[in-house]
Design a protein around this ligand. Structure first.
Ligand code: PEP
Ligand code: MN
Length: 263
């Protein structure tokens, strides 16, 4: 179902009036995790002003350590909904458990499947039965074929609205958190009609490389980006090192324009 052989025309995933996979580059931005309402709304207003169309944030966090901040759960979803109320932006957030799919869909607009759950087949089937579009991150060590097969699970369960997200893969290289696989973009475009966005924040692990990777992603044909933004990265509860301050995010949005116009 995800294959180009079956459907030649590109799939455009519509989230309200935002179209992912069409002519416009769609930027999703926001903090890694929801921390409190005040900072979330301030961040939301700033990323909107800079041109983001979708607001990100984690309420259920799949942390490597059980002792790290795990997210505010339903309280976090409520704060996200307040962020949408304040800005009109659509919401994307991760779900980590089949039992929470309905709850997460009721508060937000796009369900994110994180890299660690890309092959959690029960979860894929569950979000395949949801009405909200799904942002499917590439697994830490997943081949493109395995990733497209994961999309297939969601689509086969009834949900055609899948957005792929390249977020870097594990390689022998340690100078960045992950290794961004920009070749995945043209490869996915050849074999699938689904839209693809890139997450330069998790790919690099360092805010300094986010601009370069973002421009590279757009130049290679990505349909959008998902970027971590935090008011005070040094105090973030999660992924501060890779988060842009709002002012840097606004600069990035300006730098992207000529690249987007050139492709
Ligand atoms: C995230 O988006 O905050 C996240 C946990 O991403 P990934 O699943 O790509 O590591
Ligand atoms: Mn993160």
């Amino acid at each position: 179902l995800a294959s180009r052989e079956l459907k030649q025309s590109p799939t455009i995933v519509e989230v309200g009036d935002v179209k992912i996979g069409g002519d416009e580059i769609v930027v999703m931005a926001g903090p890694c995790a929801i921390e409190n309402e005040e900072s979330y709304i301030t961040t939301a207003l700033k990323v909107k002003e800079a041109g983001a169309k979708i607001l990100r944030g984690g309420a259920f966090k799949p942390r490597s350590s059980p002792y790290s901040f795990q997210g505010l759960e339903e309280d976090g979803l409520k704060i996200m909904a307040a962020g949408r109320e304040a800005t009109g932006l659509k919401l994307v957030t991760e779900v980590v458990d089949t039992r929470d799919v309905e709850l997460v869909s009721s508060y937000t607009d796009i369900i994110q499947i994180g890299a660690r759950n890309m092959q959690n087949f029960r979860l894929l089937k569950e979000v395949g039965m949801a009405k909200n579009p799904v942002l499917l991150k590439r697994g830490l060590s997943a081949t493109i074929e395995e990733w497209l097969m994961a999309a297939e699970y969601i689509m086969d369960s009834g949900n055609p609205n899948v957005i792929l997200c390249e977020r870097g893969i594990r390689t022998f290289e340690t100078s960045t958190r992950n290794t961004i696989d920009l070749s995945a973009i043209p490869v996915v475009k050849e074999f699938s009609h689904l839209p693809i966005v890139v997450d330069p924040s998790h790919a690099s692990g360092t805010w300094k490389y986010v601009n370069a990777l973002s421009k590279g992603a757009i130049a290679t044909g990505a349909d959008g980006l998902i970027i971590e933004v935090h008011l005070e990265p040094s105090r973030a509860l999660c992924d501060g090192d890779q988060s842009l301050k709002p002012s840097k995010f606004a600069e990035l949005m300006k730098e992207l324009k000529p690249v987007a116009n050139a492709v």
